[in-house]
Design a binder for this molecule. Structure first.
Ligand code: AMP
Ligand code: FE
Ligand code: FE
Ligand code: ZN
Length: 308
């Protein structure tokens, strides 16, 4: 029998590369997209747009449409139920000076935070050299890089990464500290809009500490101005619905699609592919071609409106 390699979704708008915590370079991501028959890729690295130029070049060469984007970590506003939120900015002008300047500040604060976290782990006798974490990260460092070095250096100390996060790296953990600088949701939305992009709240059902996701999304629209919602997402591969059945995932996606329609928000979707780091395939979630054509037309309308 012939092996047919057909991607489930031809459009995957949530993908990480080596410039943040993915394990494939932007070029390798595009090559994989070609191999899997995926036609549109959104590059959404954490707090950086450093992978976009390379991805666009590879996309041009290999015939994959690349949507320049970023996934911003948002400052908590607990009273609004905005806790550990992520904002996606689609179609941002990755040469916009204001965007570049703010992202530089965010990344600098992130680096300081990670160094401090590593030092707290070291004080507890955990073998985790700063240089090794930064060598692994290459680009923007994240907690998954720290976790990987700890797991490799001290096999057996933690049964798995989840436990390491719970004891040390997650909020409330012994090596958790907030970042000196990050954007509040409304500020991040403004930054994306100023850079000509469309602000979309990422994976609304994947915030373990948000009490009421539906009310939170409404507030994010009314008080911060988000224009879209990431509806399709690999909920079964991420907290807090890790291991959910495909029926449960479908139900979550349907719930947030209805919410987006009700609130007049654009609907996006993607896999949150990180390469080998997470067990998620490129194109495992995303949009159908028809959904993409609709979304693209709506996004273009928004950008024309803001630039006039
Ligand atoms: P950072 O960018 O340093 O804030 O790290 C965020 C990343 O850490 C997320 O994208 C997840 O991949 C991972 N992460 C956060 N919390 C946990 C957790 N409790 N267990 C496993 N991974 C987590
Ligand atoms: Fe990540
Ligand atoms: Fe995210
Ligand atoms: Zn992501």
């Amino acid at each position: 029998m012939r092996e047919v390699n057909i991607a489930r979704y031809p459009v995957d708008l949530h993908v990480h590369t080596t410039v943040s915590d993915g394990t494939l370079t932007p070029t390798q991501v595009i090559e994989l997209a070609v191999a899997e028959g995926i036609r549109v890729i959104g590059i959404t690295d954490h707090d950086t747009i450093d992978g976009i130029v390379e991805a666009l070049a590879a996309g041009n060469r290999l015939g994959v449409e690349v949507v320049p984007a970023v996934e911003l970590d948002i400052k908590d506003e607990g009273e609004k139920d905005f806790v550990e939120l992520h904002l996606l900015g689609y179609g941002v002008d990755y040469t916009a000076p204001a965007l570049i300047t703010v992202l530089d500040q965010v990344v600098q604060a992130r680096i300081e935070q990670k160094v401090a976290q590593i030092e707290m782990l070291q004080r507890d006798g955990i073998d985790v050299p700063v240089e090794e974490v930064f060598a692994l990260a290459r680009g923007v460092p994240g907690r998954p890089h720290i976790a990987q070095v700890v797991m490799t250096r001290s096999p057996g100390r933690f049964p798995n990464k989840e436990v390491l996060f719970r004891e040390y790296l997650a909020p409330g953990g012994k090596a958790y500290i907030p970042r000196r600088f990050s954007l509040r949701l409304a500020e991040a939305v403004d930054l994306v809009v100023q850079a000509g992009g469309v602000p979309v709240l990422a994976h609304p059902g994947a915030y373990p500490d948000v009490r009421d996701p539906e009310a939170m999304v409404r507030r994010a629209r009314d008080e911060a101005g988000i224009q879209g919602l990431e509806v399709a997402y690999t909920y079964d591969k991420n907290r807090p619905h890790y291991g959910a059945s495909s029926r449960q995932v479908t139900a979550l996606i349907a719930k947030f699609a209805a919410l987006a329609d009700h609130l007049g928000l654009l609907k996006t979707g993607g896999s949150d592919f990180h390469g080998m780091g997470k067990k998620i395939a490129l194109g495992e979630q995303g949009l159908s071609w028809e959904e993409w054509v609709n979304l693209k037309a709506q996004m273009n309308q928004i950008s024309t409106r803001t630039s006039c």
